[in-house]
Design a protein around this ligand. Structure first.
Ligand code: ATP
Length: 241
């Protein structure tokens, strides 16, 4: 479970990039995080993962406060950033072993997981190449593999499907469903409303740092008394005019 309690974030020139945000993401569900460009999705995710400090409030992951207990909190989640351009001077296999070392994954377990996952993602034959030479999608897949190697309870994914080919996107979606069905937490941001409609149990919609809606699609329809699609409701909710 992820508890976001009254969280705020200010940037120079953008006071209240996140404005008193409250959101509880339960176990056993896939929750989609939606909002227009600049709404505050990545900022929220960066605060959840300890990359950005909070200016107010708290974020608690399975009982561990990300600011008060960062090491314990960081052990229990896996994070896929929106920009996969990291560790470019490492080979794929070096990156995966580095992540497995940090999270104390045994040699046997890591070998097995790396082989299975990278074969499924079609990057097995590229593991000896430098990440610098990978395409955007391949970089994305090596980072997703790094998350799956240590099998964290909570998955936090910032636009994870962007740039993945259809087979890899399908596999990742299946993995997300399986992980949530085991009682774990899966939280991901997306601009793909169709994917969210198809995959998510619940959606959170933000704009200008404020939560506009949180609930199931059915609840959304009941709340707005309409049979409108997620796309129509999203556009109406986030329309500034
Ligand atoms: N480092 C920063 N310095 C100043 N302002 C920032 C910084 N990072 C984010 N912002 C501002 O905070 C707001 C939220 O940005 P954020 O990147 O969280 O949006 P987003 O919902 O992830 O957008 P997108 O869908 O375009 O990725 C924007 O107004 C952005 O300009």
């Amino acid at each position: 479970m992820i508890e976001i309690n009254n969280v705020s974030k200010n940037f120079p020139g953008n006071n209240k990039a996140i404005d008193a945000l409250n959101l509880t993401i339960p176990d056993g569900k896939i929750v989609g995080f939606l909002g227009p460009n600049g709404a505050g999705k990545s900022t929220t995710i960066k605060m959840m993962t300890g990359i950005l400090p909070l200016d107010g409030g708290s974020i608690v992951l399975n009982g561990f406060d990300i600011e008060k207990n960062p090491l314990k909190a960081k052990k229990i989640f896996g994070y896929v950033p929106d920009q996969p351009d990291m560790f470019l001077r490492l080979k794929g296999i070096e990156y995966l072993n580095f992540i497995a070392d940090i999270f104390d994954v045994s040699k046997e377990v890591r070998q097995e997981r790396i082989e299975i996952l990278t074969k499924q993602f079609d990057i097995y034959n590229a593991l000896e190449d430098y990440i610098q030479t990978y395409s955007h999608g391949m970089r994305q897949k090596v980072i997703v593999t790094g998350v799956l190697i240590h099998d964290p309870d909570i998955w936090i994914l910032d636009e994870p499907l962007t740039g993945l080919d259809p087979k890899s996107a399908y596999m990742l979606k299946e993995m997300m469903r399986e992980h949530a069905n085991k009682g774990n937490t899966v939280f991901f941001s997306s601009h793909g409303l169709e994917v969210v409609e198809q995959l998510c149990d619940e959606v959170a919609i933000i704009n200008k740092g404020k939560l506009l809606f949180y609930g199931t699609l059915q609840e959304m329809r009941e709340y707005y008394h309409s049979d409108k699609s997620l796309e129509q409701v999203f556009l109406e909710l986030t329309n500034d005019e």
